[in-house]
Design a protein around this ligand. Structure first.
Ligand code: HEC
Length: 140
């Protein structure tokens, strides 16, 4: 009788451990982002900024403040919040990503979609926005 109870408790304990382990080990079912639909006026948008060291530094600081938590310090898409996103974040080092125009990167960065937030209000200055785009170019 006593042994039966111990076995039962042991069984429940093992199950609890298995459930807890599963919750942590189960891979995030993140979906891959579909191709971005970027309006023509953004695609051909001209970057008005020269990437001077000072402006790149502005971009670096703004990136650290607003983007790094998801995109990671090196832009690999591995920031602390990345794994809780529904969509996988592409690496800025990716050749396909870098092959886009500055305007396309601008649209993705400040207009966004779904769990990529819109930053038009949080980063109102055009100078800061283009500084971030130019900084992202250095992460390749
Ligand atoms: C809360 C998390 C989060 C923050 C903060 C964030 N992003 Fe994103 N970003 C994402 C996610 C998720 C995607 C992928 C979205 C998709 O494909 O639908 C993404 C996609 C992008 C892309 C397109 C690359 C790709 O994966 O397709 C660019 C460019 C980008 N973000 C720039 C920025 C910039 C610049 C900032 C800061 C101003 C920023 N992001 C802040 C979550 C974030």
């Amino acid at each position: 009788m006593k042994r039966g109870l111990i076995n039962l408790l042991g069984g429940i304990g093992m199950m609890a451990i298995a459930i807890v382990l599963f919750a942590f080990v189960a891979p995030q079912d993140q979906k891959l982002g579909a191709a971005w639909k970027i309006p023509a006026e953004y695609k051909t948008m001209k970057n008005p900024q020269k990437a001077t060291p000072d402006l790149l530094n502005v971009g670096k600081m703004a990136y650290a403040k607003s983007c790094k938590s998801c995109h990671g310090g090196a832009g690999l898409g591995d920031g602390p919040k990345a794994s809780s996103m529904k969509t996988k974040i592409n690496s800025f080092k990716d050749a396909k990503f870098q092959a886009q125009t500055d305007g396309e990167i601008y649209f993705q960065s400040f207009i966004g979609r779904d769990d990529m937030p819109n930053f038009e209000k949080k980063i109102p200055e055009l100078e800061d926005r283009w500084a971030i785009v130019n900084y992202i170019r250095t992460l390749k």
